[in-house]
Design a protein around this ligand. Structure first.
Ligand code: SF4
Ligand code: SF4
Ligand code: SF4
Length: 381
């Protein structure tokens, strides 16, 4: 399907006594591919702890459909293979990476690193993947194998340097650490960061701890009355928290840092980057937040998050799903911020909508009103 063909057709929606048209587009540019939501770790901070559906691994029927879609998507620019689960456990992982690279996509692999032996690292280098993203937390709620991960990072750095034969592309693939910030580990950030850069890490993606249990809330740095953080003056400014960390890294690694409290601006990286998330069973969701039935603890209360699918790639093409009436409208609403702001709404304490993510007072369904990703409080690669 050419760009011209898709641009000519659109969907008409009623709006404010009139109507508006959203044109179909082939601008689906990024895929997030969840090969499995199973994992060989069981970290306390993991979103998987609050998933309520069945765990699964992408079956052959869906993998075949995925490979077909990768081959034909006209504007595919990049993909992340990973998500909330360990992709290296999938028997067809290499096939997916090879197909993406054959298409010339920028490829990120997100892994806990424990299965990254020399053979697999060599494969990733041969395929010329662009980022190896692994999570690291020195906190008690984080990953349990910090020493093993440091060895793995050092080995990736060593093998990539050998393979590149010098410094010309020595930092390719980039080694990226996702790091969940907690109150418990703030004082170790600087020393850990220096060590990680010395091992070969090129980039840090810092994010906040979304409590999986109520007892974790005190360790989260997200500002809210219920955690008492709002009163801690030293933490009112994110620069204060992260300054030693940023200083330790200056000019030697890229850092993406989160917000710690609500800001007016909202920006959903999934929607803005024209991304689609494909779940292990082939269901298409707009983002990680709406990928699985789950629940979130924020501002002292639990909220159910309901998975929302716009279709399944085993039943229809990714582009057809992308251009379906509901998905077009959803992206329009999020991109143009046509949804309420629940975390700072004065009606929040009495509002039934925020029991779950199914709807809101603007008649949106699903609702993004209570999302912490679009506030950049939580950050994904
Ligand atoms: S390694 Fe990642 S996906 Fe696996 S349990 Fe830990 S946080 Fe979850
Ligand atoms: S859905 Fe409820 S909490 Fe959210 S903005 Fe509307 S009234 Fe406020
Ligand atoms: S705003 Fe939040 S819930 Fe809505 S699509 Fe983006 S990440 Fe998902």
């Amino acid at each position: 399907m050419s760009h011209q063909q898709t641009a000519r057709t659109g969907e008409v929606y009623p709006f404010s006594g009139g109507e508006f048209v959203l044109y179909k587009t082939d601008r689906l540019e990024r895929l997030y591919i969840e090969l499995t939501n199973r994992c060989n770790f069981s970290c306390r901070m993991c979103f998987r702890n609050n998933f309520s559906g069945a765990f699964g691994t992408m079956p052959d029927r869906v993998i075949d459909a995925l490979l077909e879609q990768i081959a034909v998507l006209p504007r595919l620019k990049s993909a992340l293979v990973g998500g909330i689960g360990e992709p290296l456990m999938h028997s067809r992982f290499r096939e997916v990476i090879t197909a993406l690279k054959r298409r010339g996509a920028i490829v990120d692999v997100q892994t806990n690193g424990v299965l990254l032996d020399d053979d697999l690292i060599d494969f990733l280098l041969q395929q010329d993947v662009d980022r190896i993203i692994t999570s690291y937390e020195c906190a008690a709620v984080g990953h349990v194998q910090a020493t093993g991960l440091k060895r793995t990072i050092a080995r990736i750095a060593e093998l990539r340097q050998k393979r590149r034969g010098g410094w010309s592309r020595a930092n390719h693939p980039r080694i990226t650490l996702e790091w969940i910030l907690t109150a418990d580990t703030l004082d170790r950030l600087e020393s850990e960061a220096r060590e990680m850069v010395a091992l070969g890490v090129n980039e840090f993606i810092l994010s906040n701890l979304l409590p999986m249990e109520e007892s974790m809330a005190a360790d989260s740095l997200i500002m809210s009355q219920s955690t008492g953080r709002a009163d801690r003056v030293a933490w009112q400014n994110q620069g204060d928290i992260l300054e030693p960390f940023i200083d330790a890294l200056r000019y030697r690694a890229k850092v993406q840092r989160p917000e710690f409290h609500l800001r007016t601006e909202r920006w959903c990286s999934f929607i803005e980057r024209n991304a689609m998330v494909i779940r292990h069973d082939g269901e298409v969701t707009p983002c990680y937040r709406l990928l699985h039935d789950s629940r979130e603890f924020y501002q002292g209360r639990w909220r159910d998050v309901l998975a929302h699918s716009f279709g399944n790639i085993a039943d229809g093409s990714a582009l057809e799903i992308w251009n379906s009436r509901d998905y077009l409208r959803f992206r329009h609403q999020v991109r143009n911020k046509l949804y309420p702001s629940c975390p700072d709404c004065e009606l929040r304490d009495g509002c039934d909508y925020i029991q779950d993510s199914s709807a809101d007072c603007y008649a949106n369904s699903p609702s993004c009103g209570d999302c912490l990703w679009d506030r950049r409080i939580l950050i994904c690669p």
